[in-house]
Structure formats: structure tokens, C-alpha cells
Design a protein around this ligand. Structure first.
Ligand code: GAR
Length: 195
């Protein structure tokens, strides 16, 4: 069973979708650790309800990024983490984690990359007036939202949809696409294939 860590900053609906896929036998993996950088984030309760080890930190309690990432890395290694799954983790990873987990860190982003990188991708897309939006899952490298794309799914924006309705559509897609893509990656790895 592959051991994964989920990193998040917010609500944790993607974490929940992955946890549910595991619980229902649709994904063979174990969430060995949850890492959260916001002590008020709703994901914390969701993880604790499932008795999953959770590391909550505040960046400002550390001297710098290297200091908190060293602690994250130590915790990942202690929990036997093999893959890092970013699910709404709103921080850029440094080389420390990237080099410790080469090609083993993936992220989900609410746009059809390479369009609308960075924060508030949905708001950026709305401001542009795009008629087709989507979700991307990609490897994480040094470039913000710039790693190789693993999976994408598009949808047509209906006339008059609000930001909230678009976000609901994004989430509905993410909650299927992330567990399914993880399953594909982990199965390929078990067969000795790269994605
Ligand atoms: C998701 O929609 C994810 O695509 C986005 O944050 C949301 C987290 O929701 N990620 C990014 O914008 C990364 N740049 P969740 O906490 O309910 O899973």
C-alpha cells in the first residue's frame, strides 16, 4: 500500500474525496500524514475525524521556509511517506522537498494549465471571460503551476453562471479526477512504469 501525504490550506474537500475513495476501496493507498499551514483550516477536523496524523504549522513561527520545510520533511520521512499530494496547499515548495521527493509530488489546479497559474485561477478565468474552463493535475517542479501535466478535464461555462456555480463545477470534477488520477499513477508505479 503506497503511503501518501496530503498537504492543504483550506476546506479539504479534495482530501475528503481521496479519503473516501480509499475507504470505499476505489484507491489502494494510505494517507499517512496530513500537513496544514493554517491552524483554522476546516481540513484539520476532517483529518482528525479519520484519526489521520496531522501536522499543523504556522509559517511565521519559523525563521524561514527552509526551517518549516525541514520539519515537514522530517515528519514525512517518519511517517514513511512516498508521495506528496497537494490539495489546495497555497505555498510554493522549495528545493528541499522537491529534491527529497523527485517526481513524487503532484498538485491539482483549478484551470486548464498553462492558462491562469497562481492564485484565484477561477477569478482570473472569469475576468477573461473564457467559455471553457477546467482542472489540471500536474507534477510539481520549481515553476509555479508549471510541471508536466498528468490529467486535465474541461467543461463549458454556461451563460450566467456565478463564481460560486463555477467553483461547484470545478469541485465536482476535481473530486472524481484526483482520486482516479492518483490511482492511475500509483498503479503505474507498482508496475514499474513512469506516468
Ligand atoms: C481546489 O479547487 C484546488 O484546485 C485549489 O484549491 C482548492 C482547494 O479546495 N488549488 C489551487 O488553487 C492551487 N493553486 P479544497 O480545500 O476544498 O480541496
Amino acid at each position: 500500500m503506497k503511503r501518501i501525504a496530503v498537504f492543504a490550506s483550506g476546506t479539504g474537500t479534495n482530501f475528503e474525496a481521496i479519503a473516501r475513495a480509499i475507504e470505499e476501496g476505489r484507491l489502494a493507498a494510505k494517507i499517512a500524514l496530513v500537513v496544514v499551514d493554517q491552524p483554522q483550516a476546516a481540513i484539520i477536523e476532517k483529518a482528525q475525524k479519520r484519526a489521520i496524523e496531522t501536522f499543523v504549522f504556522r509559517a511565521r513561527d519559523y525563521a524561514d521556509k527552509a526551517a518549516y520545510e525541514r520539519e515537514i520533511l522530517t515528519r514525512c520521512q517518519a511517517a514513511g511517506v512516498e508521495w506528496i499530494v497537494l490539495a489546495g496547499y497555497m505555498r510554493i515548495l522549495s528545493d528541499l522537498l522537491l529534491e527529497a521527493y523527485p517526481n513524487k509530488i503532484i498538485n491539482i489546479h483549478p484551470s486548464l494549465l498553462p492558462a491562469f497559474k497562481g492564485k484565484d485561477a477561477i477569478g482570473q478565468a472569469i475576468a477573461y471571460g473564457v467559455k471553457v474552463m477546467g482542472v489540471s493535475i500536474h507534477y510539481v517542479n520549481r515553476d509555479l503551476d508549471g510541471g508536466r501535466i498528468i490529467a486535465q478535464q474541461a467543461f463549458a461555462v454556461q451563460e450566467g453562471w456565478t463564481h460560486e456555480e463555477i467553483e461547484q463545477q470545478v469541485h465536482a470534477i476535481e473530486h472524481e479526477l484526483y482520486p482516479n488520477t492518483l490511482k492511475m499513477i500509483l498503479e503505474k508505479e507498482s508496475r514499474g512504469q513512469e506516468e
